[in-house]
Write a protein that binds this ligand. Structure first.
Ligand code: VGL
Ligand code: ZN
Length: 191
């Protein structure tokens, strides 16, 4: 059975200078680009919201999961970061497209589990942004859908507001059965 790399929301708005910039969000791109060429199957998720999405707020609090407008479908902020290697045979899945529904997970409403099973994938390696929101939700849903799941921690960055949220997320993932590894550990025994 096969492995897939999942690159979560490596979009301009989640990188420094973007509407919902994650500190160091662009630093992980070289690590991800190296991985992109070593997997048969690569999935790219996009946060892909309508302009009136339920999570958008005039005075976003972050802590209560209200956010500044970000990743509005078709805008430059929703584009992949220009340095990201987007493979022509990559699977792109869009989430959060319903104005009334928040969707952090790349599996939510996208048919991703079926697409992976079609390709005989049983194990997913998750990278990207943000560790404490969409990466976490994608990893937990991967497990629920029956995949083995790993988060590649040096290929992911989090919002971390309040500070400690990323560490909490990693602990929650470990407790659920998600492996927390670095890119160097991919393919090594025990991973
Ligand atoms: C995300 C907050 C709002 C993410 C998406 O990609 O982690 N975070 N929308
Ligand atoms: Zn969003």
């Amino acid at each position: 059975m096969g492995k897939a790399l999942i690159v979560v929301d490596l979009q301009n708005d989640f990188c420094p200078g973007g509407a919902l910039g994650v500190a160091g969000g662009d630093e992980i791109i070289p690590v991800i680009n190296r991985l992109v060429n070593s997997f048969d199957t690569v999935v790219y998720t996009r946060d892909w919201h309508p302009a009136n999405h339920v999570s958008f707020a005039e005075n976003p609090q972050f802590i209560d999961k209200s956010w500044p407008a970000h990743c509005v479908a078709g805008t430059p902020g929703a584009e992949f970061h220009p340095d990201l290697l987007v493979r022509p045979d990559g699977i792109i899945v869009d989430k959060g497209t319903d104005p009334a529904v928040e969707a952090y997970s790349g599996f939510q409403g996208t048919g991703l589990a079926e697409k992976l099973r079609e390709r005989q994938v049983d194990t997913v390696y998750i990278t990207g942004l943000a560790t404490d929101y969409c990466v976490k939700a994608t990893a937990l849903d991967a497990l629920k859908a029956g995949f083995r799941a790993f988060v590649v921690v040096n290929a992911s960055r989090g919002v971390d507001n309040p500070p400690g949220t990323v560490e909490d997320a990693l602990n929650e993932l470990r407790a659920a059965g998600v492996g927390i590894i670095t890119d160097a550990e991919i393919g090594s025994s025990g991973e």
